[in-house]
Design a protein around this ligand. Structure first.
Ligand code: ATP
Length: 368
């Protein structure tokens, strides 16, 4: 079935308000990212019908599934929605084939036809030969594919996946992630993948929707989001320094927390003097020194104090209080040579060409 998802999901509960507009095309994979408590699960549950809307409207292919104002509510069991739970929730007493055949059976398809559909799906997902294994006899990655097959068996108009790789160990996750990406590419329905893992979202999704506090704070392709984070949360996820302020000259930003930075502003961005803008720079593009740098080509030079030193896999990330506050990546050798420690005064510099300046309201920009 191929249908467009068109929803405004409003759920009010115990002081928490989720209010999200969401559209997705057949074949499009949308990654929903957000910190704990942002409302990701609530959104997923609302789309599946496990959490009724308190406002708004949910339509799939023009058919209304939930609309409180008109008292329309299609119960989850008969919704054309496939859901893959984080822990898969396969029936332990049924083999893979009957787990997958369950959905069509529950919708009235006769056993031989339901099993034939299930067999086809298991083959498509590379599980031929495992039809008669029970969940306990499958690896994590195989169980995940059975859960995906089960969700696809009802030919869903919308496919939802909740943290699809969370139950796997780190080593398996890498392999399963690329396979899952291929499988999701072949689905002829809008697909929503909820995750708090940015890498998972970037790899699996065509488009990202970032939720914070029940609202969409950013939307765009993985590349747009990674290059131009709209909030501190997103900046942390994609590993960039992000400062907000106002544009006071060509590429010059007066920062909210004090100080100025000069960056590169895309002339097509439409930003004018006085506009709220963001400046982003990679921690690897900031240079740290213990003495004031002499003449330098870097337009941004400022003093700060080391607040923390953290070893990443191959680099050391130094947190420096400003203003502006910054994360700086240095080599482990540099930490030793410079004797970096908390409380130490240092100098930072960053080139204007490495500092990206863009309008703060980039939700609409990212959609274009
Ligand atoms: N069953 C519930 N009853 C009442 N409030 C709830 C319930 N489940 C979640 N909440 C609240 O709703 C808000 C959104 O929670 P939700 O689980 O949707 O966030 P999330 O983004 O999925 O978070 P996480 O990444 O931690 O799973 C939170 O404030 C949470 O405390």
């Amino acid at each position: 079935m191929s249908a467009t998802l068109d929803a405004r999901v409003v759920v009010r509960r115990n002081g928490f308000v989720l209010d999200v507009e969401l559209t997705a095309q057949p074949g499009e994979v949308v990654g929903v990212l957000g910190p704990n408590g942002a409302g990701k699960s609530t959104l997923l549950r609302a789309l599946a019908g496990l959490q009724p809307l308190t406002g708004g409207r949910l339509a799939l292919g023009g058919r209304v599934l939930d609309e409180p104002s008109t008292a329309v509510f299609v119960p989850p069991a008969v919704r054309p929605v496939g859901l893959v739970f984080q822990d898969y929730r396969l029936f332990p007493h049924l083999d893979a084939l009957d787990n997958v055949a369950f959905g069509p059976r529950a919708r009235g398809v006769r056993r031989p036809a339901a099993r034939a559909t299930a067999g086809d799906l298991l083959r498509r997902l590379g599980l031929e030969g495992l039809e008669h294994r029970r969940p306990a006899e499958l690896s994590g990655g195989q169980a995940q594919r059975v859960a995906l097959a089960r969700a696809l068996a009802v030919d869903p108009g919308l496919l939802l996946l909740d943290e699809p790789l969370a139950a796997l160990d780190a080593r398996t996750r890498l392999e399963v992630r690329s396979r899952l990406r291929e499988h999701l590419r072949g689905v002829d329905a809008p697909v929503l993948v909820v995750t708090h893992d940015p890498l998972e979202a970037m790899v699996l999704a065509d488009r990202l929707v970032v939720l914070e506090g029940g609202r969409v704070v950013q939307e765009g392709t993985p590349l747009q989001v990674a290059r131009r984070p709209a909030t501190q949360y997103v900046a942390r996820l994609v590993g960039l320094n992000l400062w907000s302020g106002r544009l006071v000259g060509t590429g010059v930003v007066e920062l909210e927390g004090g100080g100025r930075v000069t960056g590169t502003l895309d002339p097509g961005s439409g930003a004018r003097e006085g506009d709220a803008v963001l400046a982003a720079v990679s921690p690897s593009a900031v240079v740290l020194s213990t003495a004031a740098p002499g003449p330098t080509s870097a337009r941004n030079v400022w003093p700060g104090t080391v607040e923390g030193v953290e070893l990443l896999t191959d680099r050391v990330r130094v947190e420096v209080g400003g203003p502006p506050h910054a994360f700086v990546d240095v080599t482990p050798a540099a930490v030793a040579e410079l004797g970096l420690h908390p409380g130490q005064p240092v100098w930072l510099s960053a080139k204007a060409t490495e500092t990206d300046v863009y309008p703060a309201q980039n939700r609409t920009a990212a959609q274009g």
